[in-house]
Design a protein around this ligand. Sequence first.
Ligand SMILES: C[S@@+](CC[C@H](N)C(=O)[O-])C[C@H]1O[C@@H](n2cnc3c(N)ncnc32)[C@H](O)[C@@H]1O
Length: 442
Amino acid sequence: SFRLGLQVRVIDGEMGKGVFADKDFSSEGLVLREAPLVGAQHSRNKRDAMVCSHCFRYVGSIEQQLARRLLQNDGEEDASDDVMDSDGEPTTSMDDEERDEVGGEDMDENDEHCGCSGNSKMKKALPSDARSALARGALVLPYSNQFPLPPVVTCKGGCQDDVHCSDMCADAAWAAYHSLLCTGPSSHCKNTDALVSFKEFADETNDIFHIAAQVIAGTLLRARKLESTIRGKHESALLRAWEPFAMSFKLLWWETVALPSDVDPVDERQFRNQMKEIAAQSLSLLKSAICEENYAPLFSLEIYGHIIGMFELNNLEIVVASPVEEYFLYIDDLPPAAKAEAEVYTKPFLDALGDDYAAYCQGSGLYSLQSCMNHSCRPNAKAFKIDEDRDGHAVLLTTRPIRKGEEATISYIHEDASLDERRAALADYAFVCRCSRCLEES
Ligand SMILES: C[S@@+](CC[C@H](N)C(=O)[O-])C[C@H]1O[C@@H](n2cnc3c(N)ncnc32)[C@H](O)[C@@H]1O
């Protein structure tokens, strides 16, 4: 991070560490572009966007993306009856803020709905000839070659869960965590049935368990590798392997998770015990799937709770703009004659998608440097998603100049609020804000 002009430093015992500028940054400048350390697309979002599960780039073609949305949705129920939302609710994390901060601009731009579908809220069934061409892979839509995407690279282990944009991403994911988390025939996991159950349970309860599994599998694989070079026991290898996550702030998930508004405060203990029980069930399935005796300490409920807690407190929303939406907007912008000609082919698809034509890739990730950034109600930077971003990188921009030596801060909440409102919003993050604005106002 020195090379980036940023430095992580300890502030004090209460605040912990923060990120400091090691050089002057001008206003509205790019401070940092960072790939997630771990991250996953929300399970529910997989129907809307086929992306590389390692770097989050869209893959295939416009036609394959449409097939995913329009054919895979057949007969599937909306997963809105999950015990918790796919992005980790009822817990509150930076997600809530970042959905606006990181995804906000894209979403605002998405408000320019494609005008060519008339009443786009109403979905119309796809005509059978179009459906059949889509299913056979025989569909070629006009101008779709203007939106080239990398071809789909299937998982090395043969699972259907993950696809990639390149062999490089497939190899990187395999080496980093997927060899243990693959449910395909070549998986290195010791019990694929348990792994399938673990994944189903995460889909039904909390997406964050998928990412916690990446943290555990990744640590285990790194520890195994390190053992050959480190003298000493498994524990020292495990400690070294844990280093990428050691920096991030951690609290026990079930003790810090915000109480949902529909839970009566008198039932708080019962709610926290329920969360703990859900985490224990998830961990038990993961243990059956990938636990190794040498690394058993990694599979304690305490560690699992801290990994989920770390994620809840530090994660950012991953948002990637959709080429499908851009394609339909492009058709809508064509000169009238060309547009009319193209719409003969495109309109049935747009009508079948309804408003969902604008759906985009959504997930959440842990970013190592940004997870060390403290909150301020008078921030000098913001986590942002720029249009050109075609992958899961998070971007940090200055909102005013930052001088060398000054702390770089972001706002976890909407800072346009009164002191009391800000305090209430920050209670979800389990701290009382000590920023200069709060100190002045209190
Ligand atoms: C994402 S972490 C930021 C890095 C953290 N300071 C650390 O040492 O890892 C968020 C935690 O940092 C502390 N924190 C962040 N901003 C703060 C602020 N304005 N006032 C007090 N504590 C803050 C809180 O404990 C919060 O839960």
